[in-house]
Design a protein around this ligand. Structure first.
Ligand code: NAP
Length: 345
């Protein structure tokens, strides 16, 4: 396993990060524990979770993913071996049950951090992330920008960082990250941190062969501001394993269970999957290997957040850390990307 520095810190994180959002819904507590054991044994020291998880969110299960991580820390004594990232949820129709005040006010942040730590059975989180922007903007697959006159949102980048600064002082959190952000939001956070506020270190956004929109604006920020991408959904919800090809509906797979998660199911996505599948096959790789190896080694990626529902998936995904794609394969990937650019966003 290779390790990258969390930008601007001395923390080394594995270039594969273990995503956890299926635990509590598609996976049991024991399965989650087995995944953490397996990942740690294979060099993965970085786990990503959120107060919102598991996904899809349901009121009676909210926080279970963090609880499973907490029970594993308690059982294994492995807290100090893990770089742990979690998140506060923002406003949405699917977060009504978490807090009445869904803005990122100081009160919300204090409440969220206290509950994250309780469920996780730890007294600190290494990275604490703002799950998505509070304002009206593009994220979760939304294309285009809807101008909304009279939007009820007051700029609060400083307020958020001030509240988080208190938690860094108390030792509750070590570093701060953002997620599902646009270049404008990212730069505003960076600007807000100039006046003795903590700096945001990472951005957790979608990035895969089917969605390379990150490269357009945010990747330059990574390069010029010592900032890093934690890439999520690198297999496009499993579509880039190739298992849904030809209209197949594998039993218990995410898109069979939750067909409304259709961010990567359009015809252009299907067409791109066929092209990448052919390229992988021609080079003796599985589509999963091609897809994850591509994300692992992009220069702006600090860590690739993979997800798995079985140990055999987890093994295949972690093993991609040692695959290097040749310049010829990268060139062919770019040719496909040119002809079917970002079929998902
Ligand atoms: P993904 O890589 O796009 O999809 C993972 C899913 O694909 C697995 O749960 C599994 O689902 C299937 N899969 C994985 N490996 C496979 C393999 N080798 N062969 C066949 N199928 C395979 O990633 P993701 O789960 O969407 O996201 C990963 C993590 O990123 C999450 O756990 C979470 O920590 C983070 N995330 C963050 C955000 C955010 O808003 N910040 C959003 C999404 C995710 P099935 O077995 O059900 O097919």
């Amino acid at each position: 396993m290779e390790y990258n520095l969390l930008p601007g810190t001395d923390i080394k994180v594995s270039k594969i990060c273990l995503g956890t959002m299926t635990w509590g819904r598609q996976n049991t507590e024991i399965e989650g524990h087995n995944q953490m054991d397996f990942a740690l044994e294979h060099g993965v020291n970085f786990f990503d979770t959120a107060e919102l998880y598991p996904i899809p969110p349901r009121e009676n299960e909210q926080g279970d993913t963090e609880r499973f991580i907490g029970s594993w820390f308690k059982k294994s004594g492995n807290r100090s071996k893990i770089i742990l990232a979690s998140k506060i949820a923002g406003p949405s129709s699917f977060t009504q049950h978490i807090r009445k005040d869904k803005s990122y006010s100081k009160k919300s942040i204090d409440n969220a951090v206290e509950n994250n730590l309780k469920r996780l059975q730890t007294d600190y989180m290494d990275l604490y992330q703002i799950h998505w922007p509070e304002r009206n903007t593009n994220f979760f697959g939304k294309r285009g920008y809807n101008y909304k006159n009279g939007e009820v949102w007051e700029e609060n980048f400083e307020v958020i960082l001030d509240a988080l600064k208190e938690h860094t002082k108390k030792g509750n959190i070590r570093y701060i990250g953002i997620s599902n952000e646009t270049p404008w939001g990212t730069m505003r956070y960076l600007r807000a941190s100039e006046n003795d506020r903590p700096r945001v270190r990472t951005i957790q956004n979608p990035y895969s062969l089917l969605n390379r929109t990150f490269e357009v604006g945010n990747s330059e920020i990574c390069h010029r501001e010592d900032f890093g991408l934690l890439a999520y959904s690198p297999l496009a919800f499993g579509v880039l394993s190739g298992k849904y090809r030809g209209g197949k509906k594998p039993e218990n797979a995410r898109l069979t269970l939750f067909p409304n998660y259709d961010r990567y199911s359009s015809d252009p996505c299907k067409k791109a999957v066929e092209a990448y599948y052919t390229l992988a096959e021609k080079n003796g790789l599985t589509l999963t290997q091609l897809s994850l190896a591509f994300v692992n080694d992009r220069p702006f990626v600090t860590s690739n957040i993979i997800g798995a529902t079985t140990i055999s998936q987890l093994r295949e995904n972690i093993e991609t850390a040692s695959i290097k794609l040749s310049d010829e394969i990268l060139e062919e990937i770019n040719i496909i990307h040119e002809s079917i650019p970002n079929p998902s966003t």
